[in-house]
Design a protein around this ligand. Structure first.
Ligand code: COA
Length: 147
């Protein structure tokens, strides 16, 4: 990995390809994750993945590549995950996604594009169903110095 902060915990089967593109913050916890990191994957502090979480940062260049169904050419689309994010069981993060601070992604959610900070999102494509209780979030954040 390009950067790996302290307190990394790996509690389940976890695989990282293209680790040179992966940057991890402090207190990152993987319960079972696959990361395709060659296009750039940045994960902030206090991240928690449940099992079977998948993060992709590269697409095959199907519009301009030299072979079918795709050639060796790829399009890199970096993924950024801000601090204090929980990705529940089976979440998929697509290339180019930017996941805001404090986001909770429900089981099986497919994340693409911009996911707003403090949102609770579910479904495919992920939609906001509510926002976290900001007062409680800020209390914990101030207490533990989480931001
Ligand atoms: C996302 C989640 C945290 C929300 O829990 P919650 O705050 O109690 O929310 P609710 O159960 O009230 O659901 C809110 C809405 O989202 C929907 N929803 C909740 N989870 C969903 C999911 N995973 N996929 C699709 N829709 C979901 C509900 O149907 C509900 O919709 P409605 O308002 O139209 O009825 C929870 O449902 C979930 O997915 N937890 C993941 C569990 C897990 O993976 N644990 C691993 C341990 S690390």
């Amino acid at each position: 990995m390009a950067v790996c902060g302290p307190k990394l915990r790996i509690n389940g089967p976890s695989v990282i390809y293209g680790g040179e593109g992966v940057r991890l913050g402090t207190n990152v916890s993987f319960n079972g994750i696959f990361i395709s990191g060659a296009g750039g994957v940045t994960i902030g502090d206090n991240f928690h993945s449940a099992r079977n979480v998948r993060i992709f940062s590269v697409n095959h260049d199907y519009d301009h590549g030299s072979a079918l169904p795709y050639g060796p050419e790829v399009v890199s689309r970096p993924v950024v995950i801000e601090n204090n994010v929980w990705l529940a069981d089976g979440v998929i993060v697509c290339p180019g996604a930017r996941v805001g601070e404090g986001v909770v992604a429900g089981a099986g959610a497919v994340l693409r594009g911009q996911i707003p900070a403090f949102a609770v999102v579910v479904g495919n494509p992920a939609q906001v169903v509510r926002y976290r209780d900001r007062e409680h979030y800020e209390m914990l954040s101030n207490r533990d110095g989480l931001t």
